[in-house]
Design a protein around this ligand. Structure first.
Ligand SMILES: C[S@@+](CC[C@H](N)C(=O)[O-])C[C@H]1O[C@@H](n2cnc3c(N)ncnc32)[C@H](O)[C@@H]1O
Length: 229
């Protein structure tokens, strides 16, 4: 078992309080989810969902007719996420315990189809502060998630880098926070959005002195896939 995995098992119940959510990291998820332009009824895959801190924001955007699929490999983080779902009384959340790099697309499609009565496709994938923790598995995890997203669907990554400009004085603090969380601060996983999305659709926003980068884009539409452009 790798170190980050143990960290997110033992620390699951304290994660929401100790992760710097209130002062630093909430700003990134708010910016990212706003930029996604989610609509009522959308199905959203939250890759490395942890304790479900994105869920209230996503649920507010997709409403009761939408659906959230949270994937995480830590049963303890998912247990906290389930607590949140139960407390809120949401019936439109599916949690999948899996290593995202081994995610079984057929299984996820079947679960979404059973829960929503649809064909099991996903309208958007979102990953916040998780791909930098997945390290070597991040590219494969991302590819598996993107495979589930329909043409013209939304891709969103929110992750960390050292602060920029005059905020660089906080770099040691940012590096420490990432080291404690097992994240690679040099990973820059939002580049995957620019790689896979329609180039004209990609938007990037940085918050908290450049420490948090949000990238959102759309997959090419059906026409582009059909013509191979
Ligand atoms: C820093 S937490 C972020 C959680 C959540 N996305 C958030 O914004 O608060 C990183 C999460 O990634 C999960 N994770 C790490 N490697 C993973 C993998 N290979 N597959 C699935 N989840 C993974 C951890 O269990 C943890 O819950």
């Amino acid at each position: 078992m790798s170190r980050p995995f143990r960290r997110y098992s033992a620390g699951a119940r304290l994660y929401d309080v100790l992760s710097g959510e209130r002062w630093v990291y909430r700003a990134g998820r708010v910016a990212g989810i706003e930029l996604m332009g989610l609509r009522s009824g959308d199905v959203v895959l939250d890759l490395g969902c942890g304790t479900g801190l994105n869920f209230p924001l996503v649920r507010a955007a997709v409403g009761r007719t939408g659906h959230i699929v949270g994937v995480d490999r830590s049963a303890d983080m998912l247990a906290v996420a389930w607590g949140r779902v139960r407390r809120e009384g949401w019936s439109n959340v599916t949690l999948v315990e899996a290593d995202a790099a081994d995610l079984d697309a057929g299984d996820v499609r079947a679960r979404v189809a059973a829960a929503t009565g649809s064909a099991g496709g996903v309208d958007a994938v979102l990953s916040t502060y998780a791909l930098s923790v997945m390290r070597d598995g991040a590219t494969e995890a991302w590819a598996r998630a993107v495979d589930l997203v329909r043409p013209d669907g939304v891709l969103a990554v929110v992750d960390m880098q050292p602060p920029t400009g005059r905020w660089r004085i906080f770099s040691p603090l940012a590096r420490l926070a990432c080291a404690v969380g097992g994240a690679d601060i040099r990973a820059r996983p939002w580049r995957l959005v620019a790689r896979d999305a329609d180039p004209g659709s990609v938007r990037e926003v940085t918050v908290r002195g450049g420490h948090i980068v949000t990238a959102v884009g759309r997959l090419p539409g059906e026409d582009a896939s059909a013509t191979g452009s």
